[in-house]
Design a protein. Structure first.
Length: 356
């Protein structure tokens, strides 16, 4: 950065909370090289996509609560655990891709955001130390949950760790990365959190993991559509590389629709309450994303677009965030409705007598 740019940044600094919000919303921030340590690590860990893990965890906790009694402390610890695991996965992914020669200066990863290593934000050893700290935190959470729920918790945690470690080295190169995302953010995160919260699992829970897991996988499909040519050069055989751009764009459109088809089926078969239909309030974002997927990618980044040259992934994420938020709200309303009705049954006679 030039001396003039540093002087401008020092004279007109971006407020701390504004910096964090910018990173969480758009993955980037101007003058990241001179930002505070927290902001730098939010960029390094790609915290802008943590919302997917947070949403999966909350869905798991609320699915369990809708079906019976839960331990909220254990459930919230599991939610924290899956977000930490996501941060570790992102860090190890960057470390592994640099080590294997996938991430280079001209690869999209180093273009849409400052790369932790290539951009000088930290060192390879710095990433490994951060991943170690995060995994030790997750180990502590896992051992406590194990003491309360038994060995099934370990199965979930170890499966997630193995998939995470295998993703960079093998799975995404073999066209299995997108399926891995569906399994991790669906059955493993949602199902694992539901089990941690309630101590039980049933067929309904497993089915309820599918709709959100599907649209998390669509985000990865979108990202790999953006990187088709670059991935071909480095031997990454992602689903978009195997299917081609047009078929992959269609695949994501189908995924968006399937999300709602599964939601309708879940309500129709009474596997969850009707309030999850509030996810249809995200239909406007689906329409916007659908339109983007139906048109060629623009030649240059629109004003304010922060993750160029990525494009399709942003619009998959645009739909994912709001659909996931409404899914969580719908589950909350399903849980709250019986309590509200009970309160009305209790208070209604009192109010009638009061005005009699």
């Amino acid at each position: 950065m030039s001396t003039q740019a540093q002087t401008q940044a020092a004279t007109h600094p971006i407020p701390l909370l504004t910096r964090w919000k910018m990173v969480l919303d758009g993955c980037n921030i101007p003058q990241i090289e001179i930002a505070d340590g927290v902001t730098r690590w939010l960029v390094i860990s790609r915290a802008c996509v943590f919302s997917m893990s947070l949403t999966s965890g909350l869905i798991g906790l609320l699915v369990a609560a809708e079906q019976g009694t839960v331990n909220w402390l254990l459930g919230l610890l599991a939610v924290l655990g899956v977000v930490i695991a996501h941060a570790s996965n992102n860090i190890l992914n960057d470390w592994g891709d640099v080590r294997q020669g996938v991430d280079t200066e001209d690869y999209p990863r180093a273009q849409y955001s400052t790369h932790p290593i290539l951009g000088g934000l930290t060192t390879p050893n710095g990433l490994l130390v951060a991943a170690l700290i995060l995994n030790l935190a997750d180990l502590a959470i896992m051992l406590f949950l194990y003491s309360q729920r038994g060995p099934t918790i370990i199965y979930f945690a170890v499966a997630g760790l193995l998939l995470s470690l295998s993703y960079t080295s093998f799975l995404k190169k073999a066209g299995l990365g997108e399926l891995t995302a569906l399994l991790v953010w669906g059955p493993l995160m949602i199902g694992g959190t539901a089990f941690a919260a309630s101590g039980t699992l049933n067929t309904s829970t497993w089915i309820l993991t599918l709709p959100y897991g599907l649209i998390v996988a669509s985000v990865l499909v979108g990202k790999h559509i953006d990187k088709i040519e670059a991935d071909k050069k480095v031997g990454v055989h992602s689903v978009p590389v195997l299917l081609g751009r047009e078929r992959s764009l269609t695949l994501n459109k189908v995924s968006f629709i399937l999300f709602y088809v599964i939601i309708l089926a879940l309500v129709g078969f009474r596997l969850t309450g009707p309030w999850v239909l509030v996810t249809f309030f995200a239909i406007g974002r689906l329409r916007t994303s659908w339109d983007v997927y139906s048109k060629p990618k623009p030649k240059k980044a629109p004003e304010g677009f922060t993750v160029w040259p990525l494009w399709y992934v942003s619009w998959a994420m645009y739909f994912n965030r709001q659909a996931g938020e409404f899914f969580v709200v719908g589950l909350l309303l399903n849980i709250a409705t019986p309590y509200v009705l009970d309160m009305l049954n209790i208070t209604a006679p009192f109010i009638v007598n009061l005005f009699a």
